[in-house]
Design a protein around this ligand. Structure first.
Ligand code: PLP
Length: 454
């Protein structure tokens, strides 16, 4: 059980040290990096991030849903230190590293499904997705891949071809991987077919079979469907009940592999190890990264043994499954279990969602100078998103306002990120207390009101 007071936030605008770091970055670092706001970090602990000028922020983004056990959890730090003193690198792909094998065993045990599994370790989410993509084609011998509009699967050439959340990810990079087709996600707030759940009977899944397979690509040539069980970067979109199950059944009808990209939703964030468990769905391949090692770079592609049929040499990595990162991952899994962090995610997340729904109702009753409302509140556990709109009826997307709200939160001592064109996501460390979550909620409400001009 996680308990405790909210941290004291000490705030002033980013000071000279942060400004100097930003200026140096602007001279030397790749201009492609998508900076959110001028946060230059000196240290962090638990849910608190301290910048170079000593300002303290409450963290509701966890380095993009990564630092699940809180920043620098002592048990994770100790595991990293002890492993670094013993062995930093040997290449777990070419030789036998006990840490690599121990992590593979733990992941095979906590991922859904009773069939025996095999695990490949990489360094990033995109690498796990690349591995899944290659395995899906290799195992099935089929060329096509189905993915969803709004999806984010990473930025390497294969993963970015599956991604379809913003044109900037594709602009200037064509031709992308051939054989990738996108279809609408189960996004009820903005249904692509203007239907309403549940009377729609999940027509968005039928579309794949009737229109895509019926008129364009033969289903027996489709290797895999890649899906985020809850869409992350695309807007923290929770699909309706039954959607994932219907997708699973569709895949089963045609021998298509279902690949769950749990890079953002996995490792306890939704109150279960993996989001697919909320719908009782077992994927053929599951990708995990981000929160796997509390901030150390490691990812995993976990597949049914019957699917991971590629031969020796077909895939590998020099650094993937590095022993220090694996030690951090094993400690992370222990901490999540021992400290009841999934239970905490469920409890604190439910309260946060309730507060946000209350705020949405209050805002709907007020008449702001500048029209800004919460059109939709959604999420499971501590994977929570709100969609900001200018009009509750037309649902006009409040795109610039979403950026302004994130910046206003930052100015007030709260770190959040946007998602989708007009959303704000809350993905705090899973150790966040109720008091901290209430503080975060209060700051967010103030920030929204500030952008409304109230
Ligand atoms: C669902 C999902 N898949 C893949 C990735 C890519 O992960 P990485 O940035 O570690 O390559 C992300 C990153 O945000 C993600 O959210």
């Amino acid at each position: 059980m996680v308990s405790g007071k909210a941290p004291e936030l000490r705030l002033s605008p980013p000071g000279p040290r942060a400004q100097e770091v930003v200026a140096r970055s602007d001279r030397v670092v790749s201009p492609s990096l998508p900076r959110a706001y001028p946060l230059a970090v000196a240290r962090a602990y638990g849910c608190v991030v301290e910048d170079m000028d000593g300002n303290r922020y409450l963290d509701c983004m966890a380095g993009i849903a990564v630092c699940s056990t809180g920043h620098c959890h002592p048990q994770v730090v100790r595991a990293i230190q002890e492993q670094a003193e013993r062995l930093i690198h040997i290449c777990g792909a070419d030789f036998y590293d006990p840490q690599y094998i121990a992590l593979a065993e733990r992941l095979a045990a906590i991922t859904p499904g009773s069939e025996p599994k095999r695990v490949f370790l990489g360094n990033s989410g995109a690498e796990a997705v690349e591995a899944a993509l290659k395995l899906a084609r290799h195992h099935t011998g089929r060329p096509y891949i189905v993915a969803f509009f709004g999806a984010f699967h990473g930025r390497t050439m294969g993963a970015v071809s599956l991604t379809a959340s913003k044109p900037v990810y594709h602009r200037g990079f064509a031709p992308l991987l051939s054989g990738v087709v996108h279809v609408p996600y189960g996004y009820c707030y903005r249904c692509a077919y203007n239907l309403t759940y549940p009377s729609c009977n999940l027509a968005c899944v039928d579309f794949i079979e009737e229109i895509l397979f019926g008129k364009s690509i033969p289903p027996e040539e489709v290797a895999a469907v890649f899906v985020e069980p809850i869409q992350g970067e695309g807007g923290y979109i929770v699909p309706p009940d039954g959607w994932l199950q219907k997708l699973r059944a569709l895949c089963d009808r045609y021998g298509i592999l279902l690949v769950a990209d749990e890079v953002q939703s996995g490792m306890g964030r939704t109150g279960k190890w993996f989001a697919v468990e909320h719908w009782g769905v077992v994927p053929d391949i599951l990708c995990v990264a981000k929160a796997l090692a509390s901030g150390m770079p490691v990812s995993a592609m976990v597949a049914k043994e019957s699917v991971m049929t590629w031969p020796m040499g077909a895939h590998g990595s020099t650094f993937g499954g590095n022993p220090v990162a694996c030690a951090a991952a094993l400690a992370t899994i222990d901490v999540i279990e021992r400290e009841g962090l999934m239970e905490n995610a469920r409890r604190v997340g439910a309260r946060f969602l309730e507060n946000l729904r209350g705020l949405a109702e209050e805002l709907a009753k007020e008449t702001p100078k500048s029209p800004l409302y919460i059109g939709d509140v959604r999420g499971i556990g501590l994977m929570i998103g709100v969609e900001l709109v200018r009009d509750l009826r037309t649902k006009e997307k409040a795109k610039t306002e979403a950026d302004q709200v994130a910046t206003e939160c930052f100015r007030r001592g709260l770190l959040v990120l946007t998602c989708g064109p007009n959303g704000i996501r809350f993905s705090p460390p899973l150790v966040i207390t109720e008091a901290e979550a209430d503080t975060a909620f209060g700051i967010f409400a103030d920030a929204v009101r500030a952008v409304r001009g109230m």
